[in-house]
Design a protein. Structure first.
Length: 170
C-alpha cells in the first residue's frame, strides 16, 4: 500500500485527503468498491470556500462526481493504441472537458457506457461556480463518475461551454 494525495469533487465541496492506494492506479481503486477511506481530510465548500478539517472520512463512490488522477499510471506494458475523442460532461455542479481514449473505430458513447463508473479523461478541465465566479481547474488526467453524469457528449468546440463567463484559475 502506498499513500497518495487525493482531490475529489462532490456535490457541495471539494475533498482533499490522503488515500492508501492498494490497486495499481487510482482509477482501479475507485472502481473496486462503493466507498473508500481518506485520512487528513479537508472539505472546501463550493458556495463560499469555507474549509472543514476531519481526521478521516469515508467517501461513497455515489457522492463523488470526479477526482484528479494522482499516483502511479499503471503498467506501461498493458497500454494499447487508442483514438482520442474530446468529450463534454455535465456532472451536477461541474462541467468537464477532456479526452476519452477509446479503441479505434469505437463509438465514444458506447465506450463510456461500457466502462466501470469512474472513467479517465486526459488533458481535462473541470469548471464550477464559486461565489459568483467560474473556477476552472486543468488536470493531466481526471476521473469522472459516468453514473452521476447529467449529460455526456463528444464535442469539438469547447468555447460553447463558457460563453461570456469570467474564468479564474483554481
Amino acid at each position: 500500500m502506498q499513500p497518495i494525495e487525493f482531490m475529489g469533487f462532490s456535490g457541495d465541496c471539494i475533498v482533499y485527503g490522503h488515500l492508501e492506494l492498494t490497486a495499481d492506479r487510482l482509477t482501479d481503486e475507485l472502481n473496486a468498491s462503493d466507498s473508500f477511506r481518506l485520512e487528513g481530510v479537508s472539505l472546501e465548500g463550493l458556495g463560499d470556500g469555507h474549509v472543514v478539517q476531519l481526521p478521516e472520512l469515508v467517501v461513497d463512490q455515489a457522492d463523488l462526481f470526479a477526482a484528479l488522477a494522482t499516483g502511479p499510471r499503471g503498467n506501461e506494458a498493458r497500454r494499447i493504441r487508442t483514438r482520442i475523442v474530446r468529450m463534454q460532461l455535465s456532472l451536477g455542479p461541474y462541467i468537464v472537458l477532456g479526452n476519452l481514449h477509446t479503441h479505434p473505430g469505437a463509438d465514444p458513447m458506447i465506450s463510456v457506457m461500457r466502462r466501470s463508473p469512474m472513467v479517465p479523461l486526459t488533458n481535462a478541465t473541470i469548471a464550477f461556480a464559486r461565489d459568483g465566479f467560474v473556477v476552472a481547474r486543468d488536470a493531466e488526467a481526471l476521473l469522472v463518475n459516468r453514473n452521476l453524469a447529467d449529460q455526456i457528449r463528444p464535442t469539438g468546440n469547447e468555447a460553447i461551454i463558457f460563453p461570456d463567463a469570467t474564468i479564474i484559475a483554481a
